[in-house]
Design a protein. Structure first.
Length: 294
């Protein structure tokens, strides 16, 4: 199936969801977030992003990211593809940070995260048949703080979500800010797209340490791509140079992105998979950043 047919199919799927399944679809007006640890313990939830990012807590002695760490960014397509778990195992079982979009908190995914000792947070966009769907951020270590934001689609009103998470890099002094985003898609203008993105970039602007902004940014038009590039440049975020690059494209433009600052990019690839209609970005970074590194 080519990219144009895929995005057309997503339009149709969303119309079905909002129409024929409206009685089963649940959307909370208030932000809703779930968290879990490898042993099933629930961590404290911070509801306000500005509050979460204004604190500078002491870092746990034994729980910091290594100086070289890896990350996987993947729209997992609600785990609908038969090979999703096999492919997740292939791409992510050694990853330090895992950023999923269109994740659903069904037992198969939660058991996989627990098996591989991930701490995770899911920002719910909606619930369908008692399962929450949204963006999910997972890491080998507990986060310092996390919060999320919700942005409704202008026409369909089915929200998109973004998870904002801080991870410790060095005891008591530095933290990595990670923004996992699934961008507004069904918006003929860029007003809702811009509003969602700028709410997140305002948070990034106040963080002095390293940053990763990644996810399914739905940058399928020239206006969207230019807006994304402008916001990234304002924050001195660099786009990861991906090679080989087999990201899903619509109208010739990749939908999935990884931007960063304050880190040295070691490698970034995007490989083909049948585990989703999107292909994951696999990257590794070093910290502290080397000044001459791209």
């Amino acid at each position: 199936m080519n990219a144009k047919l895929k995005i057309r199919g997503r339009w149709l799927w969303s119309l079905v969801m909002i129409g024929g399944l409206s009685g089963c679809l649940e959307i909370d007006k208030q932000p809703h977030q779930q968290q879990g640890e490898p042993l099933g313990r629930v961590k404290q939830i911070v509801s306000s992003c500005s509050s979460a990012l204004s604190h500078s807590p002491a870092h746990p002695d034994e729980a910091i990211l290594p100086g070289r760490f890896s990350i996987v960014v993947w729209n997992i397509y609600k785990q609908k593809a038969p090979l999703w778990q096999q492919e997740l195992e292939r791409f992510a079982h050694h990853a330090d940070i895992l950023l999923l979009q269109e994740a659903v908190n069904k037992p198969g995914l939660l058991e996989w995260l627990r098996k591989h000792h991930y701490h995770w947070e899911l920002a719910e966009a909606f619930r369908y048949r008692r399962h929450s769907a949204g963006v999910l951020s997972a890491a080998r270590i507990p986060s310092l703080y996390s919060c999320h934001q919700k942005a409704p689609e202008p026409f369909l009103r089915i929200p998109k979500t973004a998870m904002v998470t801080r991870y410790p890099l060095e005891e008591g002094t530095h933290s990595l800010l990670v923004v996992n985003i699934h961008s507004v898609n069904f918006d003929l203008s860029v007003s809702a797209y811009r509003e969602q993105l700028q709410k997140l970039t305002r948070l990034i602007r106040h963080h002095e340490g390293p940053v990763i902004l990644a996810g399914d940014l739905n940058s399928w038009s020239e206006k969207r791509q230019l807006l994304l590039e402008h916001e990234a440049a304002q924050l001195k975020l660099k786009p990861a140079r991906i090679a080989p690059d087999q990201r899903m494209r619509v109208m010739g433009r990749p939908l999935d992105h990884l931007y960063y600052r304050g880190l040295s990019l070691v490698s970034a690839t995007a490989v083909a998979t049948e585990g989703s209609d999107h292909h994951p970005i696999l990257a590794s970074f070093k910290w502290p950043a080397v000044s001459h590194s791209g």
